[in-house]
Design a protein around this ligand. Structure first.
Ligand code: F6R
Length: 365
């Protein structure tokens, strides 16, 4: 039931601190500086033998996979790729027994993701699932994996599943990294940041009213761009996806560097740019891109880290999120973008929990 909330989506966004707590409960070992993911069912030795990680999924789940890709490469030094599940299944992918294929699916029923699992298994890869729905087809067919324990997600637009999927990907990255180059103390420090994520989300949720006011200002716009780099690139994609699916605003998520390779031609005074300017590597470059947008008369909404508010000077609006390490920052940042999308959709009078043309799970290809 929705309880005090007007929509399931709003309820589920506000459930995120608890959902993430449920996802990480019992899975962090601070002493060893690692994650304990028993459902993965592979030994330290198995983990040490992985020489490539392929992450497959669709939509929001694929975006969570992208965050995982970055974390696995950065922390573990293991080659990682993320691929749209349909593309993966149909292009006869090259797979070796030392490849770990991770299938991410909230519902565990997405047709293309399931087909990718079958393809990978048939080719002899180690396959693991990250699902929310217990006993779902992907969870069963992968045989090993990690459940989100996020609780049922009713809203068609995925919110808490995304933050919980990212939480699992970060724990997987930590686990693999600890069999490689990551030192124990660094692992412990990272585990502590994972532990703090629910609190970071709470801080963003407290700004619901501020974000709502920003949303109202732009609710009449028909186009929007989201730009980011590094760990914030998938967040830009996810922010744009949320906005388009529930508000029907034409929104594009772009790598900040890609803007000037074409899309900048679309900017004008009614096309806001949401620039992800958190204090992580690449910030200064994205700032430069945001300034270029301003110079084309596009209003810029700057998302910045707490303590780094000066970055927003000269831009039109600001949303402040807690300061945290690069791999962690997708979590608070995406919550701000979820709220922004929600309030824009609400102001436009949209049917938020049941957007037109969309189904909660896509079981046909
Ligand atoms: C977006 C959304 C979809 C799903 C996608 C995959 O809000 O919900 O993009 O993420 O259809 O679904 P699952 O994760 O169930 O495989």
């Amino acid at each position: 039931e929705k309880g005090e909330f007007e929509h399931f989506m709003l309820k589920e966004m506000f459930e995120q601190p608890q959902a993430i707590r449920n996802t990480i409960r019992g899975r962090l070992d601070f002493e060893m500086g690692t994650a304990v993911l028993s459902g993965l069912d592979f030994s330290e030795r198995d983990a040490a033998q992985i020489n490539r990680v392929l992450v497959v999924g669709c939509g929001t789940s694929m975006h969570a996979g992208m965050v995982g890709e970055y974390a696995i490469e950065e922390m573990a030094g293991v080659n990682a790729e993320v691929e749209q599940a349909a593309e993966f299944r149909y292009r006869n992918p090259i797979i070796t027994p030392n490849d770990l294929v991770i299938a991410i699916s909230q519902s565990g029923e997405t047709a293309d993701t399931l087909a990718a699992v079958r393809e990978a298994r048939q080719k002899g890869a180690l396959v693991a699932g990250i699902c929310n729905v217990v006993g779902s087809t992907i969870a069963r067919e992968t045989g090993r994996g990690v459940y989100l324990h996020a609780g049922p997600e009713i809203g068609v637009a995925s919110t808490k599943a995304f933050t919980c999927q990212v939480s699992v990907m970060l724990m997987m990255a930590l686990k693999i990294a600890r069999t490689r180059r990551l030192a124990g103390h660094a692992g412990t420090q990272f585990a502590r940041w994972i532990q703090r994520m629910p609190e970071l989300v709470e801080q963003v949720l407290k700004q619901n009213d501020v974000i709502k006011a920003v949303a109202r200002k732009y609710a009449k716009c028909d186009h929007a761009f989201f730009i980011g780099r590094g760990y914030l690139f998938p967040v830009a994609l996810e922010g744009a996806l949320k906005l388009k699916e529930i508000s029907y605003v034409h929104a594009e998520g772009y790598h900040a560097a890609e803007l000037k390779h074409g899309p900048i031609a679309l900017l004008e005074e009614n096309t806001p740019v949401i620039a992800l300017l958190n204090n992580i590597p690449g910030k200064d470059k994205t700032m430069g891109n945001a300034e270029e947008c301003k110079a084309r008369n596009a209003p810029v909404i700057a998302v910045v880290s707490e303590g780094d508010e000066a970055v927003a000077e000269g831009f039109d609006d600001v949303i402040v999120v807690p300061d945290c390490p690069p791999a962690i920052c997708p979590i608070p940042t995406v919550v701000a973008l979820q709220l922004l999308a929600y309030h824009i959709a609400a102001a436009r009078g949209c049917e938020i929990d049941q957007p037109r043309n969309l189904a909660k799970s896509v079981t046909v290809e």
